[in-house]
Design a protein around this ligand. Structure first.
Ligand code: BDP
Length: 732
């Protein structure tokens, strides 16, 4: 059509009368406009995430699926209807209509003979006869999860002939933590503003709240902490609790419970007792009354998340009390209602001169066993702070009498934020699959890799009753929810791993790509290859070989390895890389801070020895001479340079791959990702050049062959300011 119009347009010869030429040009313009408008209608803005339900093109597959699914039975022990079952029915109706053009008959029934493996939240999916599929569960929410799983199978074009699945989550609390402020900015949020429109609540409820809950439920997530860990006490005021209750109501049909971050001084801040000492009876009574008020409004309220005595936030230590004293006063108030406390282990203190990565372990290990059973200690995956790579946190496996919850970061604070592609499932799997060598009661004769972080947090090792996994959300008001179209994969992967941490990063990438883009192998293969390589690529061009925290100030976006002027020593990159004329890296062996002593002897021994320490953790644990011979046979300096170069080249490779996908991907998402990759390539070069020029002032060695010379001088990179980067503060 556009082609014909074009020839119509070019056929306008000079000799034609001017008026006639104008008419023809106007018609041509109109037709081109209509054609573009029509193609626009088919563009995909990403809002539908992985729940697209577009018609399956293959007719024989459609017919086979439609025959198998013409009758659906949703079975629970009492067989009665509920808002959650209505949500399941709506999903199945819309999904099957969209994917197959099918109007399925959906009935409710009583479930009988449920397999034990279904557990409290799982589901069983099986065929009955030729045309019926039964989704059964112990609770309605299990049916909802089963409905999403069935639709996923249809979307993935999995043959339904042998459908017979039982699936249940390994971890019971699977949460998104929103670092959303009440003014709707988001700490480390790169996809617009907060989804929660506080000012308009509780009266006006944006329909997007349901869409959010639905997306979470499709992955099996079951909770959301609504506000920033650097919390504002206002959230606990009676007015704001009504707003929270409205959100809870919107989320409830999808099985999402709400939780709140609380500020330790809330009793004082909200006009209660003029102290926040956890052992003060007035304070305990205030918390009890506040919790009772919350449960009156929100009967299924989940509990509290607390950041205390960390980065300037108040906490029980301000009153000479311990983290356990603090956590327990909240836990006692919540216990009668079934609520929990997630007490964060992300603590470090300015006045403490111990290596920062050791501080949380030192503080919490002496308290092991002193927390109430409804308290989980929420621990970031590594001992520092969501770096592109860290060894696992030694509290995993260390804490034996306390629930250890895993906190991951979905928002890419230190991995290119909303601008760069970094699929994080490989990072999370590295942690989940790391062997802690924990000596829990279950360890006995267990083989190596049986005490992984995954098995510690799911309760297999120490049998703690409370199991929690939380991901710091990457969602916001951007139309596609996550800013970078491919960052949706991180939300998806977090949810899938929260349900089952034994899934592989590759399997999840494959699923997500097929659901979100296409089942066409010409799309699936290259997109999953990019996703799977991306985290390591970001490591390569920013912080390879165990380097960490080389960030410029404020935004955590670009390089600043030279920064040495921040008020706390442990906020400065120089504190972490320790570059000098002898070499590079932090010595955390016995000759240095001995952070290694916090790990089980099997782990410590492996990482302490240069011969067995993996390259990935080398500069995390060792200060290594510039001429040290790496496994590759190259010197440390040459190896370092080549990692940076390799990172840049990988991004260039993706640019070519992505360009090749143009005919297969809708124009809108294609163009968006293409533009972001241009930016990523340029950012990768900045990282490489800035870091190598700076480290070269110590190594005094030339760049090895194959590494491109930097585009500018070190002074240039040191003067670069990245003003108003989204997510936090400003680098003046
Ligand atoms: C750091 C973030 C900071 C958070 C803090 C935390 O830079 O904004 O408040 O973690 O987790 O990664 O409390």
């Amino acid at each position: 059509m556009i082609r014909r119009t074009f020839s119509f347009f070019t056929a306008t010869r000079k000799s034609a009368p001017l008026a006639w030429r104008c008419v023809r040009m106007a018609i041509a313009g109109l037709v081109i406009g209509l054609a573009l408008g029509a193609s626009r209608a088919f563009a995909d803005d990403g809002y539908r995430l992985w729940l697209r339900y577009d018609r399956i093109a293959d007719e024989s597959l459609r017919t086979a699926d439609a025959a198998a699914l013409s009758h659906l039975v949703l079975a629970t022990p009492d067989g009665t209807d509920s808002p959650t079952l209505t949500a399941a029915r709506n999903e199945l109706t819309a999904g099957l209509k969209g994917l197959l053009g099918l109007d399925a008959k959906i009935d409710l029934a009583k479930s009988t003979d449920l397999p034990a493996a279904v557990g409290a939240e799982g589901y069983s999916l099986h065929r009955r006869g030729r045309d019926t599929v039964v989704i059964s569960a112990r609770h309605d929410v299990g049916v909802l999860y089963g409905a999403f799983a069935l639709l996923r199978d249809v979307q993935l074009q999995t043959p339904l002939a042998k459908l017979d699945t039982v699936s249940a989550p390994k971890i019971s609390r699977r949460l998104l933590d929103h670092w959303d402020n009440l003014d709707r900015t988001i700490e480390r949020g790169y996809a617009g503003f907060s989804l929660w429109e506080w000012f308009y609540l509780p009266e006006y409820r944006n329909p997007r709240y349901r869409d959010y809950a639905r997306a979470c439920a499709s992955l099996g997530l079951n909770g959301a902490v609504l506000n920033n860990v650097n919390a504002d006490s206002l959230i606990l005021s009676s007015l704001w609790l009504r707003k929270v209750a409205a959100l809870a109501e919107e989320f409830r049909p999808y099985g999402i419970r709400v939780y709140l971050s609380v500020r330790w001084t809330a009793p004082k801040d909200l006009g209660g007792p003029q102290t926040a000492d956890p052992l003060d009876p007035g304070v305990a009574a205030w918390w009890r009354a506040k919790v009772d008020e919350i449960y009156k409004l929100i009967p299924d309220f989940g509990g509290f998340l607390v950041k205390a005595n960390s980065e300037g936030e108040p906490g029980p230590q301000d009153y000479g009390r311990t983290h356990a004293d603090g956590a327990n006063v909240l836990a006692d108030a919540l216990a009668p209602h079934g609520g929990i406390v997630m007490w964060r282990a992300f603590v470090y203190a300015a006045e403490n001169t111990t290596d920062r990565v050791k501080q949380a372990y030192n503080e919490f290990m002496p308290l092991d066993g002193k927390f109430r059973p409804n308290v989980a200690i929420q621990i970031k995956n590594g001992p520092l702070d969501f770096m592109p790579r860290e060894p696992f946190h030694p509290l995993f496996g260390g804490l034996a009498h306390t629930s250890a919850a895993l906190e991951l970061q979905i928002t890419q604070e230190y991995l290119g934020q909303g601008t760069q592609l970094a699929y994080l499932a490989p990072l999370w799997k590295e942690v989940l699959d790391a062997d802690t060598f924990a000596r829990g009661p279950a360890r006995g004769e267990l083989a190596e890799s049986s005490s992984t972080v995954g098995r510690v947090i799911d309760g297999s090792i120490y049998h703690q009753p409370l199991t929690v996994i939380a991901g710091v959300a990457n969602t916001g008001t951007d139309r596609d929810w996550t800013g970078h179209p491919l960052a949706q994969a991180n939300w998806y992967a977090f949810g899938r791993l929260a349900w089952d941490h034994d899934l592989t990063a590759a399997a999840i990438a494959d699923e997500w790509t097929r659901l979100t883009y296409s089942n066409d192998p010409r799309v699936v293969q290259p997109v999953t290859a990019m996703l799977l390589a991306s985290r390591e690529t970001v490591v390569d061009y920013s912080m390879p070989l165990g380097l960490h925290h080389l960030m410029a100030t404020g935004h955590h976006y670009g390089p600043g390895p030279w920064v040495a002027d921040l008020k706390r020593p442990d906020w400065n990159p120089v504190y972490y890389h320790r570059a000098d004329e002898n070499g590079l890296g932090a010595d955390r062996t016995v000759t240095g801070s001995n952070a290694l002593e916090q790990y089980a002897p099997e782990v410590a021994k492996r990482w302490a020895d240069l011969a067995t320490c993996p390259d990935e953790y080398l500069l995390w644990f060792h200060h290594v001479p510039w001429d040290y011979r790496m496994r590759s046979g190259r010197t440390l300096w040459d190896e370092l340079c080549l990692h940076y170069q390799h990172g840049v080249e990988s991004v260039r490779g993706w640019q070519k791959t992505w360009d090749g996908l143009q005919p297969l991907i809708d124009a809108e998402r294609f163009a968006h990702v293409k533009a972001l990759l241009v930016r990523q390539e340029s950012d990768a070069r900045d990282w490489r050049d800035a870091c190598l020029l700076y480290f070269q002032t110590f190594s005094k060695r030339p760049l090895p062959a194959g590494v491109e010379p930097p585009a500018h001088t070190l002074d240039y990179y040191q003067a670069v300011k990245r003003r108003y980067a989204p997510g936090h503060g400003d680098e003046k």
